[in-house]
Design a protein around this ligand. Structure first.
Ligand code: G3I
Length: 392
């Protein structure tokens, strides 16, 4: 965006700048200043300087944290520059599709009887060969379920389907996986069910106890893995986020009280500045409440969408970087946080271009590295957050 280029009313509204719309469009400078007032984002002279050039994994490890990323066989096997960048910066790998029932070119479950571990094994072997740990994502979710599943599952066969899946998939890597997202996104405030549970094929066929069952089956199949409940939308200051955080906390309390073998909360942290209010104290309190249950916390899918940010790349990159640093500087104060995983390392492979594209069609810039695997201000921001974090 040129300095004197004006924003339309619509763009200003998009950016949560309703209060400014009345005076018509805004210049980039006015827009950034408005962010300073409204959202405590990157002020224009905020510096993202870092000491040294050592990789993110080293900066994280110095504070007892793990830094990693999700990615896929597709982007690792075909792009050696990308693979090298991941090995350089990351100590943990999260297969983005290959451990799901099905997604894209990964099809772990071709039918109710069989398993195809070729993609999952490839990802696991890549991680192991490069001294990276692996996270399993995810065993029980309402998405990425194969067509045959939806046509087959019912109250009579659901438990047997779940038992077979977990025994085979978790058992195959037993003792060699850092953690499993056992259940993903089981909460939906808008579904309006008791305890804010999401209407899923699992709930429909097994009832609310499917969550406890999934954790117990996973613990039996791999007593060494950290077992995680993973959830989205826990980050901002808004009624829906308050309700979701409260529902997740109630779920975790219920699971702990009944002796479910759960060890951590995974908070996905798909951040979206310019469209949400960030309240550090609310977030700190939520993390304290989760930790008080004796649970660890993993930031499992961190990225910063620039969908609602100005077109100007310099402004976007600054606000994205500030969002990373503002968020991480809050959550890393919580000693229970043990890992930070970004949902991708390079803008070249972000899911956002496909799932949450910018209105202007410009490529998203949500991640630490650009499409050429060069470090961006976001990389510096994450490095600074690790460097300034208290040691675990
Ligand atoms: O690459 C194939 C393409 O060759 C094929 O023609 C096309 C049609 O089948 O599929 C393409 O793969 C798609 C892939 O994304 C790449 O675009 C898969 O269908 C699609 O299922 C896959 O979506 C993934 C989604 O989870 C569902 O598995 C996204 O990449 C991934 O970023 C997203 O990640 C989720 C987490 O698992 C849970 N938390 C939210 C997060 C974002 O939605």
């Amino acid at each position: 965006m040129k300095k004197n280029q004006l924003l339309t009313r619509r763009q200003a509204l998009y950016l949560g700048l309703g209060t400014f719309v009345g005076i018509g469009a805004l210049t980039a400078e006015e827009l950034l200043n408005s962010f300073n007032q409204n959202q405590s984002f990157a002020d224009t002279n905020r510096s993202f300087n870092i000491a040294g050039a050592n990789p993110l994994k080293e900066r994280a490890a110095k504070k007892g944290l793990i830094y990693g990323t999700s990615t896929t066989k597709f982007s690792l096997s075909l792009d050696t520059q990308h693979a090298a960048a991941i090995v350089k910066d990351c100590d943990m790998l999260v297969p983005g599709w290959e451990f799901k029932w099905t997604a894209g070119s990964a099809n772990l479950r071709p039918d109710a009887e069989n398993f195809d571990f070729s993609q999952a094994d490839w990802m696991f072997d890549f991680a192991t060969t490069h001294n990276m740990s692996t996270r399993g994502h995810t065993l029980v979710w309402h998405e990425s379920l194969p067509k045959w599943f939806k046509e087959t599952v019912n109250k009579q066969n659901a438990q047997q389907l779940l038992e077979k899946h977990i025994e085979r998939v978790v058992g195959r890597y037993a003792g060699k996986i850092h953690s499993w997202d056992v259940v993903n996104e089981a909460i939906s405030v808008s579904d309006g069910l008791p305890n804010k549970l999401r209407k899923t094929p699992w709930l429909n066929s097994l009832g609310p106890e499917y969550i406890d069952l999934a954790f117990r089956l996973t613990a039996a199949a791999d007593p060494d893995a950290l077992l995680v409940y993973n959830e989205k939308g826990l980050d901002y200051d808004d009624q829906i986020y308050d309700q979701r955080r409260a529902a997740v906390l109630k779920l975790l309390e219920r699971l702990k009280s009944q002796g479910t073998p759960i060890h951590a909360l995974g908070t996905q942290a798909h951040l979206s500045p310019g469209n949400n209010k960030f309240n550090p104290e609310k977030l700190r309190q939520f993390f304290r409440d989760v930790a008080s249950l004796g649970l660890k916390i993993m930031i499992t899918e961190l990225d910063v969408s620039d969908k609602y940010l100005p077109r100007d790349i310099a402004i976007r990159d600054r606000i994205v970087a500030a969002t990373y640093e503002d968020y991480l500087s809050v959550v890393l104060d919580e000693p229970a946080v043990i890992a930070v995983i970004t949902w991708g390392l390079s803008d070249k492979y972000t899911w956002l271009n496909e799932f949450a594209p910018r209105q202007d069609g410009k490529p998203s810039r949500p991640l630490p590295l650009d499409t050429q695997m060069q470090r961006k201000l976001a990389w510096n921001a994450i490095a600074r957050a690790f460097d300034n974090a208290p040691k675990r």
